[in-house]
Design a protein around this ligand. Structure first.
Ligand SMILES: NC(=O)c1ccc[n+]([C@@H]2O[C@H](COP(=O)([O-])OP(=O)(O)OC[C@H]3O[C@@H](n4cnc5c(N)ncnc54)[C@H](O)[C@@H]3O)[C@@H](O)[C@H]2O)c1
Ligand SMILES: [Zn+2]
Length: 361
């Protein structure tokens, strides 16, 4: 069982991210995180992951104080899920020494994370992310939350996990569209920080799309290292560095909102990256060769490079203005100077934004 550990360095909130293939259940349940004699764990899992969750529960043996299954999908990331979790936690008599183990994608991680942040003013949580989005992004960084009818992630808290365990083998059952959507975030990491990762994505496209667990472990590790470093330096998003993670997200969020979530997040981000790449060439130092490589890679992973649904530009720009990142009225971008190197906070005029959106139609 080969595994790698990435450390998220946050003083008292430091924790490891363990990455490998076929790690579950053994590496999780025998982890020193749970070594206390009186440790009790409570498993909250996506019902799509029932078989592996049940193996984990069995492997915890008498340490497991109970379990609760939730459906994946955005509808679960809702206030109405919380009372159910609080009730189950009370019934299982969880106390401040107990651990929550969250098994699932970003939805389960976010809602369970918020529950763990608030139950008894905060109990410890371990994330076992099972979508590519969760493995490279949402399980790292401590952002938790639920949606309100007015918008996504409007209620939440920062709550760092005690451990993140990523088993790339869990991705085998993930629907193709969800898997490709996660690849958009992986490409993003290459563009913002890592030209070696980017080149590997270009040269191993076939193995990646075939979900070779060894190849995926390597890629996930690189992404986790980048996010862990960014989060270690800017945990609460106050220093500006965490903003590099938003490459492709300015236009991406606008499209996601304007399309009323008909596109998956990664699909909208793929389009947002094509738009940001255009602007990086127009307003910054990105060469046309580098821009072509970015657009080709997005396309070769089966992600959209053109909007296939009808969406008026004005609607996308209006949604971008509403996005919380446009606080001072200016729409700001993360732009790439090269593959592996970006600048943040660049204000872009509406004329150029419209041009960028026109390239997507
Ligand atoms: N906290 C953060 O920093 C952060 C970062 C990025 C995204 N997010 C959030 O993450 C959410 C999206 O996460 P997601 O894309 O993982 O969605 P998700 O959790 O809804 O999972 C997508 C679908 O895949 C299913 N699924 C999960 N794992 C599976 C597996 N191994 N095999 C088969 N099916 C599986 C789920 O049941 C669901 O139907 C959004 O709410 C987004 O806001 C949070
Ligand atoms: Zn994203």
């Amino acid at each position: 069982m080969q595994k790698h550990t990435v450390h998220v360095r946050l003083g008292a909130r430091s924790h490891p991210i363990v990455i490998g293939k076929s790690l579950l259940p053994k590496a999780l349940t025998s982890s020193s995180t749970f070594s206390g004699l009186k440790t009790r764990v409570f498993v909250i899992a996506d019902s799509h992951l029932r078989p592996i969750a049940q193996r984990i529960i069995r492997s915890f043996g008498t340490k497991c104080a109970g379990s609760f299954f939730l459906s994946g999908g955005e509808a679960t990331k809702d206030m109405s899920t919380l009372p159910k979790l609080y009730a189950a936690a009370c019934q299982a008599r969880l106390d401040r020494k107990s651990f929550i183990v969250a098994i699932g994608g970003g939805v389960i991680g976010d809602v369970t994370g918020f529950f763990a942040a608030t139950y008894l003013r905060g109990i410890r949580i371990v994330h076992v992310p099972t979508t590519l989005v969760a493995q490279v992004d949402s399980a790292i960084g401590g952002k938790t939350g639920v949606n309100l009818p007015k918008g996504k992630n409007l209620v939440g808290a920062f709550h760092q996990p005690a451990l993140v365990m990523v088993d790339s083998t869990t991705l085998k059952t993930l629907p193709d569209r969800q898997f490709r959507s996660g690849l958009a975030e992986v490409i993003k990491y290459g563009i913002i920080d890592d030209s070696i990762l980017f080149r590997r994505l270009e040269s191993r496209t076939k193995q990646i799309l075939n979900r070779d667990p060894k190849e995926l472990s390597w890629i996930i590790q690189r992404c986790c290292e980048i996010k862990a470093r960014v989060v270690s330096q800017d945990e609460f998003e106050t220093k500006g560095l965490r903003a590099i993670l938003n490459f492709g997200h300015t236009i991406g969020h606008g499209i996601e909102n304007a399309a009323q979530y008909k596109l998956l997040h990664g699909e909208a981000i793929a389009l947002g990256m094509v738009g940001a790449t255009y602007l990086s060439q127009k307003l910054g130092d990105l060469t046309s060769i580098a821009a072509q490589r970015i657009n080709n890679l997005i396309g070769s992973f089966g992600l959209p490079v053109r909007l296939k649904i009808k969406l008026p530009t004005s609607k996308i720009v209006a949604a971008m203005r509403l996005d919380k990142k446009a606080g001072d009225g200016q729409i700001r971008f993360v732009l790439a100077d090269d593959i592996g190197n970006v600048r943040t906070g660049i204000p872009v005029s509406e004329v150029f934004i419209s041009e960028a959106l026109a390239t997507l139609c």
